[in-house]
Design a protein around this ligand. Structure first.
Ligand SMILES: Cc1cc2nc3c(=O)[nH]c(=O)nc-3n(C[C@H](O)[C@H](O)[C@H](O)COP(=O)(O)OP(=O)(O)OC[C@H]3O[C@@H](n4cnc5c(N)ncnc54)[C@H](O)[C@@H]3O)c2cc1C
Length: 472
């Protein structure tokens, strides 16, 4: 890419022959301008100057998302890597509630490490360290968190963004809670996120126990998983057609931070989990032979979380498609049905996903009271069951996602514009009230839906709590 200083002083790169790609190389885009803003004034200048920085104008973080959400063909991409400062902590140190303010380009791994060095943590620690604060608070995410909400937006106390006219807007939970929630559900179509202020708490260790379970009868497997979940603080699992790898997680109150399991052992386990998540078609021997013998591990959550460095097209690259079910009483039905769907698909086409990533996500706080995308509608627990594939461009995988989405929606699943593959119009509804044309890409435009007045209040019953339902 050619680079240089232009009239506005922006460090920009513009060469229409260069494609940008997501981390897993599955989605490519060819913007007219790629800009790495150094500071706020450069973001504002880019937003205001549509002639030099054509629409659609979007920001990106680490480009670790898995859908066309990062496409801005002929438009402008702002790479937020320069916004990588952790501005600081606020609140009394001995208080249970403090906040940390971090810029949009800060990765979760960097934020967790910074907080841990200060004996603080976020309750949210997803299975990916590379995702950025901006990429997560402006969209959605999921984590089998221990004693806390399983999505980052629930921890946001305030947020700063640049709107479509180049104004800097600061929203706080205290003063503008609804506006804040709707901004975070707008999938970046309302502004460029600059920073977020996140609730944190004293850091603590957790205890993790590893299990391998036979799949055999899938309903029985689901019931066993629920029993294991009831006996701990949360569970995370990868279910394959042959077996299930499951982690039970407990808070370990009172255990001081330095009393972790040996670091080398943690590093080995992190590597094994990396392969497990990336490839998921875990050799059966590994599943059956090893896990049951492992001792419980004591560790900080972030110490088992992976980062995913650059890959080549020859390597396995994790891809997945997200489905959130807000009615946990349907867990056994969904596990059984999804495995049957995968087996039938394999019988008909020779292809099956390599597994399903399974999360339990706590819905609470303001979002739960709204009708506003993921984790809204009512307080409680959602489960997420994402089919996985190690090759994001395998056409049979993409066909699988297209076939599976209607099946999942029919069973109450909610989808995501950044995490559900191959979505069609009608399978997600982006509320037209919050969308600004300056930031609207053709991908997102397909989903813009007018939410009828009163629709939000009318559809708060547990099985009709998604925008998708509102749109139909
Ligand atoms: C191997 C792997 C494992 C994963 N595991 C998990 C997991 O356990 N839990 C989970 O929730 N997710 C997981 N993900 C998905 C990933 O965390 C999300 O897609 C996340 O959004 C990626 O963050 P990012 O910074 O790379 O965002 P990007 O991909 O760069 O951007 C995502 C979206 O956010 C927008 N955006 C980014 N920054 C800004 C900003 N500053 N202002 C406005 N809009 C912005 C972009 O325009 C785009 O629409 C995983 C992904 C991979 C590849």
């Amino acid at each position: 890419m050619a680079g240089g200083e232009d009239a506005a002083g922006l460090v920009d790169k513009h060469d229409t022959s260069i494609d940008l790609a997501t981390w897993h190389l599955g989605i490519k885009t060819r913007p007219a301008r790629v800009v790495i803003p150094k500071d706020l004034s450069e973001v504002i200048a880019a937003v205001r100057d549509e002639e030099t920085y054509p629409s659609p104008l979007i920001a990106v973080g680490a480009m670790h998302s898995v859908t066309r959400c990062v496409e801005a063909n002929q438009g402008t991409v702002l790479y937020m890597t320069g916004f990588n400062r952790i501005i600081g902590l606020a609140g009394a140190f001995d208080s249970d509630v403090q906040v940390v303010r971090a810029e949009a380009g800060v990765t979760m791994a960097a934020l967790h490490a910074w907080l841990l060095a200060r004996q603080r943590e976020l309750s949210f620690s997803p299975e990916i360290g590379d995702a950025t604060v901006g990429g997560l608070v402006t969209t959605m995410c999921k984590d089998s968190s221990v004693n806390g909400p399983g999505h980052l937006c629930a921890l946001v106390e305030a947020l700063t963004y640049v709107d479509h006219e180049g104004n800097v807007v600061r929203l706080s939970r205290e003063k503008d809670e609804d506006a804040l929630e709707h901004y975070m559900c707008s999938y970046s179509t309302q502004g460029i996120t600059l920073d977020a202020t996140l609730r944190c708490r004293p850091a603590a260790l957790i205890r993790t126990r590893f299990h391998s379970l036979m799949v055999g009868n899938s309903r029985k497997l689901a019931e066993r998983m629920l029993k294991l979940r009831a006996a701990c603080d949360n569970v995370w699992a990868v279910i394959t057609l042959d077996g299930c790898y499951l982690e039970q997680r407990w808070a370990a109150p009172g255990r001081t931070l330095h009393r972790t399991s040996p670091r080398l052992f943690l590093a080995i386990m992190r590597r094994i989990r990396y392969e497990l998540i990336l490839v998921a078609a875990v050799p059966k021997m590994v599943l059956w032979g090893t896990w049951g013998w492992l001792p419980d591990l004591y560790h900080h959550r972030s110490l088992l979380v992976n980062t995913y460095p650059a890959v080549t097209a020859q390597q396995a690259r994790l891809d997945f498609s997200y489905y959130e079910y807000s009615d946990i009483s349907r867990f056994a039905e969904v596990v059984e049905g999804a495995l049957r769907f995968a087996r039938d698909f394999k019988r008909d086409t020779g292809f099956a996903p390599s597994g399903f990533g399974c999360y339990f996500v706590k819905r609470e706080g303001a979002r739960a009271k709204l009708l506003a995308g993921a984790y809204s509608g009512s307080e409680g627990w959602s489960f997420v069951m994402d089919p996985l594939c190690p090759d994001p461009i395998d056409p049979r995988w993409l066909a699988y996602c297209r076939a599976f989405t209607p099946w999942a929606i029919a069973r109450g699943a909610r989808t995501s514009l950044t995490q559900t593959k191959e979505l069609l119009p009608g399978q997600y509804a982006l509320d037209s009230r919050y969308v600004r044309p300056r930031f609207l890409t053709p991908y997102y435009a397909q989903f813009v839906t007018e939410v009828k007045p009163g629709a939000e209040a009318a559809i708060r019953s547990p099985d009709r709590i998604c925008y998708t339902a509102a749109a139909q």
